[in-house]
Design a protein around this ligand. Sequence first.
Ligand code: IVH
Length: 668
Amino acid sequence: MTGRKRAEGRAKELRGKILHHDRLYYVENNPAISDERYDELRRELETIELEYPDLVTPDSPTQRVGVPPRGELPTIDHLRPMLSLESVSDPGEAREFDLRMQKALESAGLEYTAEPKFDGLSIELVYTDGVLTRASTRGDGRRGEEITPNIRTIGAIPLRLGAKPPPGVAAVRGEAIMPLAEFQRLNRFMTERDRQPFANPRNAAAGALRQLDSRITAERPLTFFAYEIMFIDGYDEPATHAEELKTLADWGFRVDSHLLLCAGIEPAISFHSELEKNRDSLSFEIDGIVIKLNSKDDRGRLGARSRSPRWALALKFQSRREITTVEDIVVQVGRTGKLTPVALLKPVDVSGVTVSRATLHNAGEVAKKDIRVGDRVRIERAGDVIPAVIERLPEKDSRRPAPFAMPKTCPVCSSSIEEEGAYHFCTGGISCTAQLTRGIAHFASRGAFDIDGLGYKRIVMLVDRGIVQSLPDLFTLEKDRLLELEGFAETSADNLLEAIEASKRVSLGRFLFALGIRNVGEHVARVLARHYGALEAVRRAPEEELIGIHEVGPEVAGSVSGFFGDSRNSEMIDLLLELGIDVEETEPEAGPQPFAGITFVFTGTLERLNRDEAKRIVESLGGRTSSSISKKTGYLVASAGAGSKLDRARELGITILTEEEFEKLARF
Ligand code: IVH
């Protein structure tokens, strides 16, 4: 077999594996291998494709990373028109819709489906012989913008349909959305760089997808829910909507689980009110439900109007946007000392929640939107994310107060203020009671030390009275001092002290999270804990090493090494340990360790790997490498130009491998 042929076969195999793991990770949320192993598969495929560029296929997972910018987004015709939906917000109108359907179909007992109406961007995906060949935005419904490279970056979209044999041509429709957590992260990223944050996840998703440079899209994690096969050729068409969704799931698409089959319209209306109640607990935004006739035959008999099908109806939720007045702009000091301007609003109900404060992010944002006291503003609440001021409405009154200005000193402790990028920070550290109070609240919170009974109000009291002046002070609290405070009696004081005592045994991940290191949330804290296994190892980790960890970028690495490098923090941690905090060491992350206890020696000029890579592979599988042969050597990997070591290994009867054989062994 030629090298090329072998590479072709292996590339195919790797693609299959990676696409399978992509599906487990992005669609089923159930990964089966470690990130390291996944990265290895990808790296191997990339190496092959680099060597044989003509082997790159459009469905290769390497095509998900984004490609260099294009001049503009071309417009293309959709395979079938992408219609819109008739939209109502009153359940009564859904009942009228049902009556219309019953009359037109001359049938009393119709079956509907009800599903979430995703608040994102509608996308058409075209698959030719099972391979994703074209993707476009809805545009005017007939023509949309071609965004194939951008769409390829979305892990939840299969690059090849899992249908055997696949349809000749299929057009799939669904919604590209940005999960709320990603939306918050992206907005933080944007404001930190003095760029305009997005008003809601929908705009953020649109911004990500309409990039000319798909490498930028790749950095902004989107997901995709499929809900319609718009066109299909050479494949049995599903007879109902429910079956269609099942087919889409079988093909490898993410299909939302909130699907309800409804006998008549009433179950759909109950579904609407249930989902509206639970709307904030979802990890993405939905703005209503979509009710559809389940039977495709019935749909065909009803047909469509010019812009929307007759057989479907969107029943919307209450709007998340409201208009109100800014009564004041105050500056809040966060746990890290960050100063955030906050608009105090005339209280207004936004889909069931009274909103009286909205973040203005930073001084630059206030200036850009030109928000001043007395202005009328539009606010928006996405999920349970802190509401934001989107825009100012034009004023009738031209006499407005002076623009907002950041204070020159910390509004809480009067320390000086430092500017860092788009933000202002109080330099007071824990001598600033705002930072201390929030720092302790964070330390005691659920994901950290989880101290029962130490709520925000009690922390404020403890800090205000000077009883707690630092984190370690929590562990030297005395009952007598607690009893001086309002709301404490014998039992409640005992309970709190007990809860504090019980919290002393803590996992490394929780401990790292509790410290409140900038950029280290619960997830990153766990990543660090798993990687290092022991507190001392994290404390000593050099910045360059941290950067190399998967999911730890330069910003996180900088904050972590900066935090532990600061002697005040070091002293505080030492004190916590002296006070009996017991940080449970976690096992460092390890994949399978088939090379455990085996020593490898490499000799000659390696053709496919370099020495460092070879060493890394051996170590990641639990083995060791050495430069000299001895009786303890497990394997000698010999390449071209091998000399005396090869002879010595033969003498000692040590197994000799070619580079290729070594790779096979390492792959398992
Ligand atoms: S069905 C012809 N199902 O809502 C019917 N649309 O306001 C095609 N949308 O443009 C649409 N979730 O982008 C359908 N589960 C869902 C949906 C959904 C969101 C969007 C779609 C449409 C818009 C209409």
